[in-house]
Design a protein around this ligand. Sequence first.
Ligand code: CDP
Length: 229
Amino acid sequence: MNSSKGIPVVTIDGPAGSGKGTIAQRVARKLGWKILDSGALYRLVALAAQRQGVELDSNNKSLADIAKNLDVIFTPCHEGGVDICLEGDDVTRAVRTEECGNAASKVATNEAVRSALLERQRNFQEYPGLVADGRDMGTVVFPDAKVKIYLTASPEIRAKRRLNQLKEQGINANLPGLVRDIEARDARDSGRKVAPLVPADDAIIIDTDNLSIDEVTNKVLDRVKSVYG
Ligand code: CDP
């Protein structure tokens, strides 16, 4: 299977708060490539399900229908971010809450939801290239990507980063609660049967505990340069 259609793809996977989103945005901006925030798709399925009163159950078939029919528009905005519109409503902020992230990680254990989202994710590929951020970008969605990155960091550091990120967005949270949420989400994401969170065999693992955003971005860009010139 050629999942990447000959279009250059960089996959950036890792646990919650490892910096995937920020790094993916910076790398994509620097290269002038498209971006896929796959977590946003799982968050949107969770949000749409909650709005329709559908249970976030790993066996619930209606969730796959929601995933298939997701009416969503991503509009690039300032500083590499995107505005997200679900069924005509601006949900840019609503999808970023921790509550929505936790709901997304429940929806993400549903195998039918994952297959329903597969083609939608692959369709984000466009020239000159794609930076795809998620949990299974290098293992399932783009297994033949030539640059695969896996970011890690300790739960405490990730919770601190998440706290700052939420504060910047004016969203309230507390550190001990975030550490608990992150550990619970790690366990669910790594322990699930379908597409668990693991580095691809050919991924470069970067421990970001003591690295700045610029240092991580440069490591990824160096790798891209060595592969694509
Ligand atoms: O930003 P953060 O890492 O907290 O979350 P996210 O990337 O937006 O993803 C939210 C949830 O969706 C994760 O906890 C995963 O359970 C799930 N997800 C997934 O299963 N596969 C992906 N490719 C992306 C996200």
